[in-house]
Design a protein around this ligand. Structure first.
Ligand SMILES: NC(=O)c1ccc[n+]([C@@H]2O[C@H](COP(=O)([O-])OP(=O)(O)OC[C@H]3O[C@@H](n4cnc5c(N)ncnc54)[C@H](OP(=O)(O)O)[C@@H]3O)[C@@H](O)[C@H]2O)c1
Length: 231
C-alpha cells in the first residue's frame, strides 16, 4: 500500500487529507503539533490501523530531523507539506507590518516544506513514484495579485513556489516529482466561513490531481480542479 506523510494533520485540509488517504488504505503518517489534543485525528487512528500520529512542529527543524530518524525504515511515497499559517491581520498593513510574524510565516510556509523534503529524501528515494506535494496558494501568484495586502502570506507562498520549482528541476534526475498545489478557497479556520469550497470537495480534487500526476507535470502549480496556475 502507498504511504503519505501529512503535516498539520489535526484540522482543516490536513485532517481532510488524513481521512481521505486512511479510507483508501494508504499508510498515513499524520503529523501535528499536539497529538494529545488532536481528538479528531485520534478518532481516525482508532478506526484505521493504517494511520499513526506523530508529534511535529514544523518550525522546529530538530523535530523534523528526529522524525526522519524515527521513520528511517519507512517509505514515503507522497510528502504532503500542508501545515501553514496566515498571520496577516486587518491592521497588518504597510507601515505597521509585524516583522517577527513575517519571519515566522517564512519559516513555517517556506523553509519548513523544503527542510521536510531534505530530511525525508531517503524515505522518498525508496518509493517507485515519489512525490513532494506542498500546499501553496494562488495568493502566492504575482500574476494573480490585483488586490495587494497580505504581504506576509503572499511572499511566503511565492517564495515556496520558487523554492519548489527549483527542487522539481534538481530532483528530476532522481525521479522525484514536485507538485505545487492550490486547494481553492476552502472553508477551514484559515479560509473562513465565506469560502465557497468545502474541505471534502477540495480534498477529492487534490486527491485526483495527485493520483493523475506524472513527471511531465513536475514543478507545475496546479489547483484542486487540475487547472494550471500562473506564477
Ligand atoms: N483554506 C484555504 O482557503 C487555503 C487556500 C490556499 C492555501 N491554503 C493552504 O492550505 C494549507 C492548509 O490550510 P488550512 O485551510 O487547513 O488551514 P488551517 O485550518 O488554519 O490549519 C492549519 C494547519 O497547520 C498547522 N500548523 C500551523 N503551524 C504549524 C507548525 N508550526 N507546525 C505544525 N503544524 C502547524 C495547524 O496546526 P495547529 O492546530 O497546531 O495550529 C493546522 O493543522 C496551508 O498551507 C494553507 O496556506 C489554504
Amino acid at each position: 500500500m502507498p504511504s503519505i506523510l501529512i503535516t498539520g494533520a489535526n484540522r482543516g485540509l490536513g485532517l481532510g487529507f488524513s481521512g481521505y488517504y486512511a479510507e483508501q488504505g494508504w499508510r498515513v503518517f499524520a503529523c501535528c503539533r499536539l497529538p494529545e489534543t488532536a481528538h479528531a485525528l485520534q478518532a481516525l487512528a482508532a478506526t484505521h490501523s493504517n494511520l499513526t500520529l506523530h508529534s511535529l512542529d514544523v518550525s522546529d527543524f530538530a523535530q523534523i530531523e528526529q522524525l526522519a530518524i524515527t521513520l528511517q525504515n519507512e517509505t514515503v511515497d507522497v510528502l504532503l507539506a500542508n501545515a501553514g499559517v496566515y498571520f496577516d491581520k486587518q491592521d497588518s498593513v504597510f507601515g505597521q507590518l509585524d516583522y517577527a510574524e513575517w519571519e515566522l510565516s517564512l519559516r513555517i510556509n517556506t523553509l519548513a516544506p523544503v527542510k521536510l523534503a531534505e530530511a525525508f529524501l531517503p524515505h522518498l528515494l525508496k518509493s517507485p513514484n515519489p512525490l513532494i506535494a506542498p500546499l501553496s496558494s494562488l495568493m502566492g501568484s504575482m500574476a494573480d495579485n490585483s488586490s495587494g495586502g497580505s504581504v506576509l502570506y503572499r511572499s511566503s507562498k511565492a517564495a515556496l513556489n520558487a523554492a519548489m520549482k527549483s527542487l522539481a528541476i534538481d530532483l528530476r534526475p532522481q525521479n522525484i516529482g514536485v507538485l505545487i498545489l492550490h486547494p481553492g478557497w476552502v472553508k477551514t479556520e484559515m479560509g473562513g466561513e465565506n469560502a465557497p469550497t468545502a474541505v471534502e470537495e477540495s480534498i477529492a480534487g487534490m486527491g485526483q490531481v495527485i493520483a493523475n500526476f506524472s513527471m511531465a507535470e513536475t514543478g507545475c502549480f496546479i489547483d484542486f480542479r487540475g487547472k494550471h496556475l500562473p506564477w
